[in-house]
Write a protein that binds this ligand. Structure first.
Ligand code: CA
Ligand code: CA
Length: 339
């Protein structure tokens, strides 16, 4: 308790003070700027000589090369504080970054930026153009802000999933119905319903083929016949080449195995993956397939919009029906037949 009190005192002292970080040198702020290239600095009007004026409305744009995205870092912040820096906060003086020429559109980093010091993590755009909006109200002016922008390579798609990450599902993969009690479960070794006699599920995962490797499975125990469990992939852009190969390993061992299906979901708004409409069925297997992992490969054509994939298991007629999947990838070519 005493430690907490000391911490509160320190925090209050920090909030009450002005900016403590070092003022960046060599940058002169102005109201509005169209910047382009690989990197640069944006500072508020009058920086570093005087406070920004009241009632400022300044718009800046940054454009970088087509295949890059923009990283923004807050090098210096000394602005009128708001009650909170989240969504509705920072209503006095603030900076907002958007990717549309509209201050009300989705904010990069999901917040307005204001206040003292630089408590903000760097933020990243999804595209190669950004709009920066600075506003001040009619009272209390401060030294202002300095933001560094930099063109960086767009992050690689993280579609591939071997279920070996510490969080189980790979980044961007999730249960389609998050509140459902029926789930794809991360597991190592045999499934619970198979520990004593191997009657369902895999012995080991596919990636490592040992007790250290993980996979996910739809546990039949506790489900009723016909219950479904769904895993949805992150967005995947299929506009680069004419053909793609979706490859995955699945395991369907047990006398009560149900069905395993894959659906392709368009993300242009025509089909909303949050609703039961599953998109287009591109793969379907039913019944037992033996004790070994099976390889599934699907050649897919170029698509005009990013796609997501839903992996769905439907429970069969008994608990001896654990369906498992592992090692999902997409490669930029049509599927090759095994040699
Ligand atoms: Ca103000
Ligand atoms: Ca694995």
């Amino acid at each position: 308790m005493r430690i907490q009190l000391v911490l509160v005192v320190i925090l209050v002292t920090k909030l009450a003070s002005s900016a403590t970080s070092k003022k960046p040198k060599g940058v002169v702020g102005r109201c509005g700027l169209d910047d382009e290239g690989k990197a640069g600095l944006i500072a508020s009007p009058n920086f570093p000589h005087a406070n920004y004026p009241p009632d400022s409305v300044c718009n800046y744009t940054v454009t970088v090369a087509e295949n890059s995205v923009i990283k923004f870092e807050f090098l210096y912040m000394d602005m009128e504080d708001g009650p909170t820096q989240k969504l509705s906060g920072c209503y006095a003086d603030y900076v907002v970054i958007t990717e549309d020429d509209n201050e009300e559109s989705t904010m990069v980093g999901n917040q307005r930026f204001c206040g003292y010091d630089t408590p903000f993590n760097p933020v990243l755009t999804k595209g190669n153009k950004a709009y920066i909006w600075f506003r001040s109200d009619d009272t209390i002016e401060k030294e202002g802000f300095v933001i560094r922008w930099k063109a960086v390579q767009a992050p690689r798609e993280t579609f591939a999933c071997d279920f070996e990450s510490r969080n189980g599902y790979c980044s961007g993969w999730r249960q389609l119905e998050p509140r459902s009690t029926i789930r794809w479960k991360v597991n190592r070794g045999q499934t619970r319903s198979s520990r004593r006699h191997w009657v369902t599920g895999p012995w080991y995962d596919h990636t490592k083929n040992n007790i250290g490797g993980s996979y996910v499975f739809a546990e039949a125990t506790g489900m009723r016949q016909g219950d479904v469990t769904t895993l949805i992939s992150p967005y995947f852009s299929m506009m680069k080449t004419e053909r793609y190969c979706l490859s995955f390993w699945y395991h369907m061992y047990g006398s009560g195995i149900g069905t395993f299906a894959i659906y392709e979901v368009q993300t242009d708004g025509a089909q909303d993956p949050r609703f039961p409409l599953r998109g287009i069925n591109i793969f379907l297997e039913a019944g037992e397939k033996g004790k070994s992992w099976q390889e599934g490969k699907l050649t897919l054509n170029r698509r005009a919009v990013p796609m997501r994939f839903i992996f769905e298991a439907t429970r069969g007629n008994s608990y001896k029906g654990d369906i498992a999947i592992d090692d999902i990838t997409i490669t930029e070519d049509e599927c090759q037949e095994p040699k």
